[in-house]
Design a protein around this ligand. Structure first.
Ligand code: AMP
Length: 497
């Protein structure tokens, strides 16, 4: 049902009810500090420009969520104070010493232009991971950082990179312009997003970026690098390709970031990542992910002997802000169930992402959604051309297409602004992937929902899944708990001596 008539009348060029209804800003227009659409000054509490009542609510919730005293409070370099603050913001540091967390961007000693760019982006207060990871990374130490999805990880490694690159340029004017840092991520989409944020933070500073991903012509990427860029953001395969075919100066690369490190160290990527690492001369290594396994810890230790672990909240756990609803549904009834959800005013909360396990499945399901429910749906997966992927992400993020059916490529790291609903149609192969996928439903602690379809075919993951659902107090379907307890009994029989 169209609910437009229920909305209060809002002026055409003014504040909207919802962020997706607002237009893009024209050059020189004020921008919403939350979503960067056209904004106006309506928030007396913060003096910020805001596009819609929805974003105003978000801004106010965000400020309430982080308890900060009015004065700019800098923790003294005192172990007890630092520990107290760490426990208050649920930060844990292991394996070495790092500076205490700081509750304000002003405390990091950043270049003033970077400070201004953070403010312009609407980042008024660092998130907990930024409070600790930024000062730690600025000391040059190697870090293995885990924090839940959507917690502000990208900014926490980009701020030290931009700051270091800008300072290097002013301190070494005679060194020819060239590469100083590399960020690797597993997908093109994530690279694009990281580059957007890097550009925004580096505006007005001697800091240029290049995107090195498959799908775009390499000649253009190479040309840009040859003009002199400080940061390359790349997927491993394309970067190796570029480095083997062309002579790129790597001597001054002092920062190497692996975003979604657990994925980058899996078979397929690991050799490429190690090959790139070996070509560098002992850079600072920053490893990031929401899920860190023992295996990752081992490889991290092999990259550096003095790796310090920084974690926020409980690692390897879904964001608390995502409400999980698990539905037991047989495979042949899944489509029907999905259509029911999308037709239900109570359950469908667009924009929504539906995760499936195969490319062809994504195409077919998107088509079926549009045909059966009349809701516009598109599919995204690795076989689509880069340009098409960009275009359809644009349609989705602007609100024109409310449902996106995706394979795992949008499961990690990608910031799907505005998305508060994720439907896991096909349970992925690992519980870690599930955590990443449902994490798309929440950014910076804002609430979202994840609906998960399970049946007997997913039984390998039942013990982990039940443990997660239990610990969050999320409802567990009867069939799932029956299965899990049967498994438990079988185990006892097998090992019961
Ligand atoms: P990430 O975990 O890097 O995907 O970031 C999640 C979202 O938080 C992105 O939309 C960022 O733009 C946003 N963000 C990052 N840092 C801050 C901050 N300090 N204040 C408000 N929003 C932030």
């Amino acid at each position: 049902m169209n609910e437009d008539h229920l909305r209060p009348q809002l002026p055409e060029d003014g504040i909207k009810q919802k962020s997706v209804d607002q237009r893009a800003p024209l050059p020189g227009d004020p921008k919403c500090v939350i979503c960067s659409r056209y904004g106006e000054y309506i928030c007396d509490e913060t003096d910020d420009d805001i596009c819609s009542l929805e974003c105003k609510q978000r801004l106010l919730r965000r400020l309430e969520a982080i308890p900060v005293s009015d004065e700019c409070f800098y923790v003294r370099d005192d172990d007890d104070d630092a520990q107290l603050l760490r426990s208050r913001i649920e930060i844990d540091v292991k394996g070495g010493t790092v500076p205490p967390p700081a509750l304000s961007f002003d405390s990091f000693g950043l270049p003033s232009m970077l400070r201004l760019n953070l403010e312009t982006a609407g980042y008024r207060i660092p998130t907990p991971i930024q409070m600790q990871a930024i000062p730690a990374a600025l000391t040059g130490k190697n870090l293995l950082v885990s924090a839940s999805t959507g917690s502000g990880k990208t900014v926490s490694f980009l701020v030290p990179i931009v700051s270091r690159c800008a300072s290097f340029r002013s301190e070494h004017p005679s060194v020819p312009k060239g590469l100083l840092a590399i960020v690797l991520t597993p997908t093109r989409e994530l690279c694009i997003q990281v580059e957007e944020q890097a550009k925004m933070l580096g505006k007005g500073l001697p800091f240029k970026t290049a995107l090195v991903v498959g799908g775009d012509p390499m000649s253009r990427q190479l040309y840009r690098i040859q003009q002199g860029v400080e940061l390359i953001i790349a997927t491993p395969g394309r970067l190796i390709d570029l480095l083997t075919k062309h002579d790129i100066e790597l001597d001054h690369v002092t920062m190497f970031v692996l975003d979604e490190v657990d994925c980058l160290l899996q078979r397929g990527f690991r050799d490429q990542v190690m090959q790139i690492f070996r070509a560098l001369s002992q850079p600072q290594v920053l490893l990031y992910s929401a899920t860190i396994s023992k295996e990752v810890e081992k490889v991290a230790a092999s990259l550096s002997k003095d790796m310090i672990e920084v974690s926020v909240g409980e690692p390897n756990r879904p964001s608390k802000a995502v409400r999980q609803l698990t539905i037991w549904v047989e495979t042949k009834r899944k489509k029907q169930k999905l259509f029911e959800i999308l037709r239900s005013q109570n359950h469908y909360k667009p924009p929504a992402v539906v995760y499936v396990s195969s490319r062809i499945g994504a195409d077919l399901l998107a088509e079926a959604i549009t045909t059966v429910t009349g809701i516009r749906a598109l599919s995204i997966h690795g076989e689509k051309l880069m340009k098409d992927r960009r275009d359809l992400m644009g349609l989705f993020l602007s609100g024109e297409v409310p449902v996106l059916v995706s394979t795992g490529i949008l499961g990690r790291g990608v910031d799907l602004l505005g998305v508060r609903q994720v439907i896991v149609f096909d349970m992925p192969d690992t519980i870690e992937e599930y955590i990443h996928q449902i994490g798309r439903a929440s950014r910076i602690g804002e609430e979202g929902t994840a609906i998960l379809f399970v049946n007997e075919e997913n039984r390998n993951l039942f013990p982990d899944l039940v443990a997660i659902l239990k610990s969050y107090g999320a409802p567990i379907p009867r069939e799932l708990s029956n299965f899990a307890s049967m498994k438990g009994r079988n185990k006892k029989r097998r090992f019961g001596h």
